[in-house]
Write a protein that binds this ligand. Sequence first.
Ligand SMILES: Cc1cc2nc3c(=O)[nH]c(=O)nc-3n(C[C@H](O)[C@H](O)[C@H](O)COP(=O)(O)OP(=O)(O)OC[C@H]3O[C@@H](n4cnc5c(N)ncnc54)[C@H](O)[C@@H]3O)c2cc1C
Length: 288
Amino acid sequence: MNSHVTTAVIRNTAKPAPKRTPPRLLQVVKSERISAHMQRITLAGEAIKGFPDDRNGAHIKVFLPLAHQDKPVLPTLGPTGVIWPPKEEKPITRTYSVRKYHPEREELEIDFVLHGADSPASGWALKAEPGDFLGVAGPGGPDPLLAPADWHIIAGDMTALPAIAALLEELPEHATGYVFIEVTDETEHQPLVTRSAVEIHWLYRGNLVAGKSTLQLDAIKQIEKPVNIKTMSAWVAGENSAVVNIRNYLKSKYGLTKKQLYAVPYWRYGFNEEGYHEERHRVMDEKY
Ligand SMILES: Cc1cc2nc3c(=O)[nH]c(=O)nc-3n(C[C@H](O)[C@H](O)[C@H](O)COP(=O)(O)OP(=O)(O)OC[C@H]3O[C@@H](n4cnc5c(N)ncnc54)[C@H](O)[C@@H]3O)c2cc1C
């Protein structure tokens, strides 16, 4: 009998679509104040297993417990999409950034701006203690978060600082450009680590209300692209008006396309997340 068998190996070269992971129920293991109004919350738990270690700075959803709950009731993934718990148990949802995932310790750090004790997420972070529960879904958002280039403009306020700190840690040595971070004053400084050659500038808003200054746009208007630069990309996040004004300026001055320009409003002055969510998506969906 002829035992010769020919086997054909068919290799699928396309990158497989990432499998959606259901929201994870995690617990606080540490809560520390890293600057006057920034609280770093470290989360861990069995459900963190498999969290990717190459998405620092990426978007995540957090699910907060309601006033009568210790643990948030998390949505689940059904065959046709997300299944939410009934209204009386539906968690409060906010969007945050992965500050850093530590695979060796299986711990996730999220930095929360403390802008008010009465706002759900900021108020939760202010009081968070080891053992408290938080739901986390993601990470998601553009990958890479910053389009690779020789020269970058990166700007944001304190809500963007966790993602900016993560971006800086990833930038290669040859990357150049400018980073503008708007805060109230030097009490909001935190150490930033980068091997790149970008210039980091802290901009002080002083007594001006968050979301009511033009400091970042004014600073960006002062810089010029060096003549020898071949590729550039920009990254802007923070309060709605600041982001939209900077985005419009960068588009007209440098002709940046959507691929080269991440411009995402993270919050809007005078609106909570429920009131602003749809408008953010309208801004993000604008074509350019
Ligand atoms: C992709 C993405 C990533 C984000 N990453 C982070 C992050 O890593 N860290 C972080 O702190 N935030 C981050 N944010 C912003 C955060 O989601 C908003 O600030 C959110 O509104 C906070 O929820 P809250 O419950 O505290 O306040 P809300 O209930 O949403 O708002 C209550 C009131 O507070 C005001 N407000 C909201 N945020 C601020 C602020 N920062 N300063 C002053 N007033 C404010 C609102 O205008 C409103 O009047 C991110 C947002 C997006 C879209």
